[in-house]
Each structure stands twice: as structure tokens, then as C-alpha cells.
Design a binder for this molecule. Structure first.
Ligand code: SAM
Length: 256
């Protein structure tokens, strides 16, 4: 996967590739990461990349010309790239979106700054907008780094054990179950007996139960989005009541 990031802060984005899983992905050749700055294409003495918005209002905007030249340069580096603008106005990033982006032949991630970018760039050069949450950051770089990290761990062969991804939260529309490692007793708290039993069927059952009850407690909306099979219903106990109430409430809201 070839990713080129259009950013005024290449040193910030580059940091995502110097440690952890993205670094492993780069070292293995599964991920190529590069950056292009609009400032490289600024021609005036002050290398200006921003200007005041038409119609007035606070702040500055990234100007179309230098940004378009930077995107063209990124395109030359990644010719078949899907072009994503990091933006709070985009669809919220989730597991399915990360999976879809990871399957692209290449990506250009465009990072806005200031009050954002000239709309004509969005209209002409952006394939889709992606948000990393319902809050406003001062720039798209942290969002691009989130996307790069989330993609890197999905690239074939990057994680030592491919099962790690399969078991992660959201992969089965459920959150992950609790994990424990040695010692068996720490500060008076024991690892659940079932995990030390060696009974793999019982362990699987316990883990599914934990995934269901944890999801029901923390994210009952996931059940509403993806449904719940009979086995899952049977395993759920008290938390099911809470999930059922939320499902009913969401159902009522969407009917209105
Ligand atoms: N005026 C814009 C608005 O209210 O939608 C916010 C601009 S923000 C200060 C500057 C840049 O940060 C945006 O152009 C975008 O690239 C990035 N950004 C801010 N919040 C983001 C989010 N939640 N997800 C992805 N990118 C974000």
C-alpha cells in the first residue's frame, strides 16, 4: 500500500512511521509512506499557502493553487490513488471504512489547516472526506496518522499473528473480551478460573459472553446496527435488558 500525505507538517506525519506497527509495515515493504507540502509550490517571497475567506469571517483558508499542485505531485507518486480529505465534515471513520481504504491500490490523504481548504479543491480533486470523530482538530495530520496506523495493522503479513486483527474489537461487530497475563494473582485480584482451566470450549464461551456483555454495556448501538443472533441472545444476561431498551429507543427514533 502506497500512501502519500499532503500536509504542511510532513515531520509530524512522518512520526507515525518511526515506531510500532506502521514501522514494521514500512520495513517489510507492505507500506510506503511519503509526504508532499503545499509550501513546496508557493512562489511568493513569504511562501504563502493561505488567504482570507471571501465573505469575511474568522481565520484563513488553504489556497487552491498550492494545494492543487501538491495533490498533483502526490498523484504523480501514487498514480492510482484514492484521494481522501481529512475533515470533520466527512463520514466518521470506523472498521468498515478502514478496511475499504486498506483495500485501495493507493491513497492520498489531504490534511487541511486553518479554517479548512478552498471548496473548489473538494469539488474537483477529492474522492471522499473522512472524519476521525465529532470534534474539531487544528489540522488533518493526526487524523491521517490514525488512518495510516489503522491500515498498517491490517496489511497482510504485518501482524505476527493474523488472528490478532480477527479478534479485535469491531471485527465481529462486538467489542473485544478482557485479557489477562501472568501473574495469576496480582494485588489480590485473580485471573478468572475458566482461563486457567485448559477447557477451550469453555474459554471460547466465556470470551463470547464477555464480548456480548461488554458490548451491551458500552456500545449497545452496535447491536442495533448489526443485529444479534439467537445464541448471542441466550448468552446475554442482565446487560441484554439495557441493550434491548436502547435498540427499542433507537428504533423508535428512526421511525419518527
Ligand atoms: N472549519 C472547519 C469545520 O468546522 O468543519 C474545521 C477546520 S479544522 C480547524 C482544520 C482542518 O483540520 C480541517 O480542514 C481538517 O483537515 C482537519 N480536521 C479537523 N477536525 C477533524 C476531524 N474530526 N477529522 C478529520 N480531520 C479533521
Amino acid at each position: 500500500m502506497n500512501i502519500c500525505v499532503v500536509t504542511l507538517f510532513p515531520e509530524l506525519v512522518g512520526a507515525v512511521g518511526i515506531s510500532g506497527i506502521p514501522r514494521v509495515a514500512i520495513e517489510q515493504g507492505a507500506l510506503a509512506l511519503s509526504c508532499v507540502s503545499p509550501r513546496e509550490f508557493a512562489t511568493n517571497r513569504h511562501r504563502t499557502v493561505d488567504d482570507r475567506p471571501f465573505g469575511g469571517g474568522p481565520g484563513m483558508l488553504m489556497i487552491a493553487e498550492t494545494l492543487s499542485l501538491a495533490i498533483a505531485s502526490a498523484r504523480a507518486a501514487v498514480p492510482d490513488a484514492h484521494v481522501v480529505l481529512m475533515s470533520p465534515q466527512g463520514a466518521r471513520l470506523n472498521r468498515a471504512k478502514v478496511q475499504a481504504l486498506a483495500a485501495m491500490p493507493g491513497l492520498i490523504l489531504v490534511c487541511g489547516r486553518y479554517e479548512g481548504i478552498d471548496q473548489r479543491i473538494v469539488d474537483a480533486l477529492i474522492d471522499e472526506q473522512v472524519s476521525i470523530g465529532d470534534y474539531v482538530l487544528s489540522g488533518g495530520e493526526l487524523g491521517a496518522m490514525v488512518v495510516i496506523d489503522a491500515i498498517a495493522r491490517r496489511l497482510p503479513g504485518v501482524l505476527g499473528d493474523a488472528q490478532s486483527v480477527v479478534q479485535d474489537s469491531f471485527e465481529t461487530d462486538l467489542l473485544d473480551h478482557p485479557h489477562y497475563t501472568r501473574p495469576e494473582r496480582w494485588q489480590g485480584a485473580d485471573v478468572p478460573l475458566v482461563l486457567r482451566s485448559g477447557n477451550h470450549r469453555a474459554i471460547d464461551e466465556w470470551r463470547l459472553q464477555q464480548r456480548l456483555s461488554g458490548t451491551a454495556r458500552a456500545r449497545p448501538d452496535l447491536f442495533y446496527e448489526h443485529g444479534l443472533d439467537d445464541r448471542a441472545r441466550a448468552l446475554l444476561t442482565a446487560e441484554w435488558q439495557h441493550a434491548a431498551e436502547t435498540i427499542e429507543k433507537l428504533g423508535r427514533l428512526s421511525d419518527e
